[in-house]
Design a protein around this ligand. Structure first.
Ligand code: SF4
Length: 372
């Protein structure tokens, strides 16, 4: 049994399509007042009716976040190793259908990037590749990790879905975190926006976080790309997925990202508009549903909104982001961006903003065991 059979389908069948629109104000108040929320309460807080209660939800979300995480925000930055990709995801600048310059960092270039990023103060790194087993095989990622662990205390991957054995291999090499977005949980929409390539296999991707957990991954971060489908049902599915993983693998630190689609070179027009208020409601509802889960907010979001969200549930933020291959080191930006970032502030500015709000930026809360 997997998330899909054990939780996702049964709950959708049980709750039904109309539930969200039958929610009353009393339902919302009751859900906010509960100590432990079930899946139905989470959906209540994602409903249109709950939009009238964002203030109350914000107070509680803030309190829970401070209670479980303190006033700290962990900072990390992404490092794009390669942009070769065999998939045609309609919304992505790296899609095989886009005529862009393709590149893959050599190990010497990885070292240049690592030095530049570590020089900014980062100790946690997220490495990314497009999906090309030919250009970015697991052996290449493993070699990159050998270089990166000289500079970073925590290495996470955001790469194509791997087998359990491959996850184990990378964990053995020094990887401790996985980010993998299902992109869209609705199967029909998933099929529509993934035009061609191995990523069309919805279930292989959906089960990837679980395979990583079984392999011994320390942290797992899931998410849906907001803008591809009704945000409330996608937020619900993502929360269910996070809760399922946390319950099944209590030793794993599970977190969630709520990324919104950004402009990219292919000019994809998102079918659904997700407003700032929608995003806030999602974050608040999830915080109340899973008080101890991390919430990651990337530089896809504009500076002003990120500043406001610091106190409302977020626990991890990217900074000084660059979505092109090898964009951090002195050699400069080499390829097109995967998508346009919205918050282009440097590390110093993000740190200053956090201190101003009474929060402490944290660069390191983990150390690879073998480096001790
Ligand atoms: S989202 Fe990932 S798999 Fe899809 S085109 Fe972009 S890089 Fe390739």
């Amino acid at each position: 049994m997997s998330f899909y059979d054990e939780v996702y389908q049964p709950i959708r069948r049980e709750i039904g399509e109309d539930f969200m629109h039958s929610v009353t104000a009393a339902d919302v108040r009751r859900a906010i007042g509960k100590t432990w929320l079930n899946e139905r309460d989470y959906l209540v807080l994602l409903s249109p009716r709950a939009e009238d209660f964002l203030e109350e939800m914000a107070w509680k979300a803030h309190r829970l976040t401070v209670q479980h995480f303190g006033r700290v925000i962990q900072l990390y930055t992404p490092l794009y190793l390669a942009n070769y990709c065999v998939n045609k995801c309609a919304y992505c600048g790296f899609g095989a259908h886009n005529k862009i310059k393709r590149d893959r960092l050599t190990l010497a270039e990885v070292e240049d990037e690592a030095r530049a990023i570590a020089g900014m103060g980062f100790k946690h790194i997220l490495i990314l590749t497009g999906e090309s087993r030919h250009h970015s095989p697991v052996s290449y990622m493993r070699d990159c990790v050998q270089v990166l662990k000289k500079y970073f205390s925590s290495i996470s991957i955001e790469v194509y879905p791997l087998t359990e054995e491959e996850y184990r291999e990378l964990i053995f090499a020094g990887v401790d975190g996985l980010t993998i977005y299902q992109e869209v949980y609705d199967e029909a929409v998933y099929d529509r926006v993934h035009l061609a390539g191995p990523k069309k296999d919805y279930h292989f991707r959906l089960n990837a976080p679980e395979r990583a957990c079984r392999a011994g991954m320390r942290t797992v971060n899931v998410g849906a790309l907001l803008g591809l489908h009704d945000w409330r049902s996608e937020a619900f599915a993502t929360g269910l997925h996070a809760a399922y993983l946390q319950k099944k693998f209590p030793a794993v630190e599970v977190s969630l990202s709520p990324p919104r689609l950004r402009p990219e070179v292919g000019g994809f027009d998102p079918p659904v508009r997700v407003t700032d208020q929608n995003l806030v409601q999602y974050i608040l509802a999830f915080r109340l549903f899973m008080p101890r889960a991390g919430i990651t907010l990337s530089t896809r979001e504009p500076a002003r909104l990120r500043d406001h969200l610091v106190k409302l549930g977020v626990t991890r933020m990217s900074a000084a982001s660059c979505t092109s291959v090898g964009g951090h080191s002195e050699t400069g930006q080499k390829t097109e961006d995967q998508f346009a970032i919205a918050d282009g502030r440097g590390v110093g500015e993000i740190m200053a903003m956090l201190y101003e709000q009474g929060y402490q930026p944290v660069f390191k809360d983990w150390q690879l065991l073998e480096a001790n």
